[in-house]
Each structure stands twice: as structure tokens, then as C-alpha cells.
Design a protein around this ligand. Structure first.
Ligand SMILES: Cc1ncc(COP(=O)(O)O)c(C=O)c1O
Length: 387
């Protein structure tokens, strides 16, 4: 008997079959709920951490409609107030020193540009990344993604030399960084790896070694950025001052967009024509960036994230869960049993969670608008599942 949903069968007519999909036919969504027939499923996965304000948020819908009527699209060849406002909002939210913004369209594209800027600005050709990190699927971003070369990279060579620093190994980090290193790219909380939050001492060592050797520090906050950790960016929590920071997913609340932020010093190395994009910084995306940041601040959603994250930490070590890792609403539940099984059991109880590259870690990336009652439902479902 086939377990495919009707939508999966329809997709299979023409779409490449490159995704593992959930046995779930969602037809609409509102707040933190996905609707599947008569079922209302609490979305603790948030569409890969994108739905920061949940679904059908009135402010996002209003901003979409207003901007669509005002100017649906215009390229970077024309300066726009709406783009300037989005850049102001993002630069004000970002860690100190990151006052220059380049809007693009996806996490991988933001990282691709960051790595290009690093190689150009330093004139060096070796990049270090961290074991188990994920940075995207394009040529440069995938080159610094752990495990890609062995499984799906596919290009005959990488655009620069790459080495991976073992996670949390400060001694190796100090040895590996040298005058040939253009940059270190790092996810402070490794999302796909199961919301593994790197050791603060290790991160400090990497940052110091960057300063000592003239390598640039690129913090990838594609998944962790824009309030998800309970701070504007994980860099705030770790107290690091990156040379560049990339962010995406939550940034447009579901409208595709991403950004590369950098220091004035790095921005000064760039001139007209050095970087470019057609769609990046389009008015629709920019209207939503401003709205997402405004709503997060107005509704004190980072406080909500911190409070409910503490609740999850306190109560979710029950049933199959033996430990909780990560920060804010980028959390990993380490389970005694395979995460895939726990995901299926929770889905049967109308709770959607993610898995990760760690087979025993269930990943939680809920909307920042989640409420206490949703956490209670998760905890009671975990209890119900038992060991
Ligand atoms: C930390 C991190 N960097 C980069 C990416 C790539 O982003 P995108 O899929 O938008 O290209 C992802 C996507 O999951 C990510 O989690």
C-alpha cells in the first residue's frame, strides 16, 4: 500500500524527487498551526525556521498587500526608501560594527558572497569551517559544508582550499589558523547538526585567532538570526564581533530574502560592480524585513523566546528525551531512540518537529509567537510517548 499523500503523487509528475517528505497534507496555516483536513498541527518546525511570526500574521499580510500595490518590484538600479528602511532596521538590530548591508535571496547566496569578499579582501585562498556545520548548496557555500564533498557536492573542485576544525577543539583551532587563512565561517549554534551550541571558549579562541592572523570571521546566522536565539543574533549571546554576518530564513517571515552584513572597513574594499543580484533587495522583501523586525521588537518576541525556551528546558526532559541543547527557539531534544521515530509519534499527536543530521536529535524551530499552552502540549505528548 502506498503511503504517499495526494499532493506528493501530484508533485511527482514533474518535480525532481530530491526531498524526503513528511506524510502530511497541509492545506493552509494560521498562527502556529498547520491545517491538514480536520487536524490542527502545532508547527514546532516553522518551515525550516522561516515562519518567525507564524502564518497569516496580520502585520505581514498588511505589509505584503500595501507594498504590492505601491511597487511590486524594482531592481537595485533604482534607489528605494523601502530598501533603505529595511537596511536601517537590520543594521540597528545587528551586532556592533556591522553597519553595511547587502540584500540577496537565500542563505547560500549570502554565504557565497561573504566567502568571495573574504578571499578578495585578504588575497588568501584557504577557508576554515567547523566540523558538522552547514552553509548551503552552492559552490562556495557547499565547499565549507561538512560532509558535502563525500556525498552530494558534485563539482570537480572547490573554489578555494578548505579545512574543517574539529568542533570545540580550541587547541586545533589555534594551530590551524595562520597567515594563509582568508576566513573562518562558523554557525555558533549549528542548526542542521541538531541545534548544537558551540562552546563559548572555543568560539572566543577562534575569534582571537582570526584577529591574530588577519583572517576574517564570518558568522553564519542564516538559521539562528533575527531573534530566534532570544537575542537579535547568536553573536550577541556569544559576545563575538564578526567581520561579516549572514542571515536569511526568518528575515522575511516567509518571503525569500537574505542579507550579508559587514563592517565599514570591508565595505570600503568594494566598488560599483563588485557584487550584484537582480532580485535581492526587492521592495516586497524589504517591506517584509522591516515588518518582521518591527513586530519582533514591538511584541517583545525575544522575551517570549527566552521564557518559553526556559520552560522547554525545564519540562521537556521526559519520555524519550534525555537532554536539551541549543539556544532560544533553536533547540535539539536528544532522544534515547531515533529522532525519526519520535518525529512520527509526535506527528500522530498533531505536533510537527524536525529531525537533524544527528540521528538522535529532534529539532525545534517554532515561530517566535509560540505560547505556553503549545509547550505544555509538547511536554504532555513526550510524556505520553514514554521511554
Ligand atoms: C546555517 C545555514 N546556512 C546556510 C543555509 C542555506 O540556506 P538556503 O537554503 O536559504 O540557501 C542553511 C539552510 O538550512 C543554514 O541552516
Amino acid at each position: 500500500m502506498s503511503t504517499s499523500t495526494a499532493a506528493q503523487t501530484a508533485e511527482a509528475r514533474h518535480l525532481l524527487q530530491v526531498y524526503g517528505q513528511l506524510p502530511l497534507e497541509a492545506t493552509s496555516a494560521e498562527g502556529v498551526y498547520l491545517h491538514a483536513g480536520k487536524r490542527r498541527i502545532i508547527d514546532f518546525y516553522g518551515g525550516h525556521a522561516v515562519a518567525a511570526l507564524g502564518y497569516a500574521h496580520p502585520d505581514l499580510l498588511a505589509a505584503l498587500e500595501a507594498e504590492a500595490k505601491t511597487m511590486y518590484f524594482q531592481s537595485n538600479a533604482v534607489a528605494l526608501e523601502v530598501r533603505a528602511k529595511a537596511a536601517d532596521a537590520l543594521a540597528n538590530l545587528a551586532p556592533a560594527g556591522l553597519s553595511r548591508v547587502f540584500f540577496v535571496n537565500s542563505g547560500a547566496e549570502a554565504n557565497e558572497n561573504a566567502l568571495r569578499v573574504a578571499c578578495r579582501a585578504t588575497g588568501r585562498s584557504r577557508v576554515l569551517a567547523i566540523e558538522h556545520g552547514f552553509h548551503g548548496r552552492t559552490a562556495a557555500a557547499a565547499a565549507v559544508t561538512w560532509g558535502a564533498a563525500k556525498s552530494w557536492y558534485g563539482f570537480p573542485r572547490t573554489p578555494f582550499d578548505v579545512d574543517f576544525i574539529p568542533r570545540d577543539d580550541s587547541a586545533r583551532a589555534s594551530e590551524m589558523l595562520n597567515g594563509e587563512t582568508a576566513a573562518v565561517i562558523i554557525e555558533l549554534v549549528q542548526g542542521l547538526a541538531g541545534a548544537y551550541d558551540l562552546d563559548e571558549g572555543f568560539v572566543r579562541t577562534v575569534a582571537e585567532a582570526c584577529r591574530r592572523t588577519g583572517a576574517l570571521l564570518i558568522v553564519d546566522e542564516v538559521q539562528s538570526g533575527v531573534g530566534r536565539t532570544g537575542a537579535p543574533f547568536a553573536a550577541h549571546l556569544y559576545g563575538v564581533e564578526p567581520d561579516m554576518l549572514t542571515t536569511a530564513k526568518a528575515l522575511g517571515g516567509g518571503f525569500p530574502c537574505s542579507a550579508l552584513l559587514m563592517t565599514d572597513a570591508l565595505a570600503a574594499t568594494l566598488k560599483t560592480g563588485d557584487l550584484g543580484t537582480t532580485f535581492g533587495g526587492g521592495p516586497m522583501a524589504c517591506a517584509l524585513v522591516s515588518t518582521v523586525i518591527h513586530v519582533i521588537q514591538r511584541d517583545l518576541l525575544m522575551d517570549n523566546v527566552r521564557n518559553l525556551s526556559a520552560e522547554i528546558r525545564k519540562h521537556a526532559v521526559t519520555g524519550p528525551v534525555e537532554a536539551v541543547q541549543g539556544r532560544g527557539f533553536l533547540l535539539g531534544l536528544r532522544c534515547r531512540r531515533p529522532a525519526k521515530d519520535i518525529q512520527a509519534e509526535l506527528l500522530r499527536r498533531d505536533i510537527l518537529v524536525g529531525t537533524s543530521s544527528d540521528p538522535n536529535v529532534v529539532r525545534l524551530l517554532p515561530p517566535l509567537t509560540l505560547a505556553k499552552q503549545h509547550v505544555a502540549k509538547l511536554v504532555s505528548a513526550l510524556c505520553d510517548i514514554g521511554h
